[in-house]
Write a protein that binds this ligand. Structure first.
Ligand SMILES: CC(C)(COP(=O)(O)OP(=O)(O)OC[C@H]1O[C@@H](n2cnc3c(N)ncnc32)[C@H](O)[C@@H]1OP(=O)(O)O)[C@@H](O)C(=O)NCCC(=O)NCCS
Length: 158
């Protein structure tokens, strides 16, 4: 039986570290979300990374985020590398919950700035990121395998 805090709504996603048992569900969501999905091994290699999180709804993996912190030129730069929510669960706040927790994890690991790349055409994701105070920094022409441009967005942390 799952015991929930009184303020936690019944249908709030549980956000937790990814485990090996989650990977098939993660890859299935990845395949349903992207034309050029990451392979299983890419996620397998990231197990244990504090910023690799899944959202669980009613015992099922409904989404995930992959993020990490790397030292860059004397700073600690957080990077949200991949985020996706199962198509049946989009629009229910799961992406926001994952991004919020990811930013908190990156901050706890010393990141002073968080960056991400987003397809120029991905209005849904861009709206999500703007809500989390990410701002466009620059364009990376032809960044993706199909030659679409990426927008690099960043957010400074307190
Ligand atoms: C982007 C994605 C992760 C958002 O996840 P989600 O669980 O649907 O997001 P939320 O329900 O938390 O919504 C957060 C915000 O996203 C935007 N959004 C969500 N659904 C949307 C829709 N149907 N149309 C436009 N914007 C939408 C809104 O700004 C929304 O905030 P609001 O509800 O206050 O308006 C999800 O759409 C997804 O998996 N997309 C495919 C993979 C992808 O593109 N990943 C990003 C790669 S950079």
């Amino acid at each position: 039986m799952t015991i929930r805090a009184p303020e936690e709504a019944e249908d709030d996603p549980v956000i937790r570290r990814a485990e090996r048992a989650d990977l098939l569900a993660v890859v299935s969501i990845e395949n349903a979300s992207f034309d050029h999905p990451w392979p299983y091994d890419a996620f397998d290699d990231l197990l244990g990374e504090p910023g690799f999180l899944v959202a669980e709804c009613e015992g099922q993996v409904a989404g995930y985020v992959v993020s990490d912190v790397t030292p860059t030129a004397g700073r600690r730069l957080g990077h949200v590398k991949d985020i996706a929510v199962h198509p049946d669960h989009r629009g229910d706040g799961i992406g926001s919950a994952l991004l919020s927790r990811s930013i908190a994890v990156l901050a706890a690991h010393g990141a002073d700035t968080v960056k991400l790349e987003v397809r120029r055409s991905n209005e849904r994701a861009k709206r999500l990121y703007r809500q989390f105070d990410f701002e466009p920094l620059r364009l990376m022409p032809g960044y993706y395998a199909d030659d679409e441009d990426a927008i690099v967005m960043i957010r400074k942390l307190e």
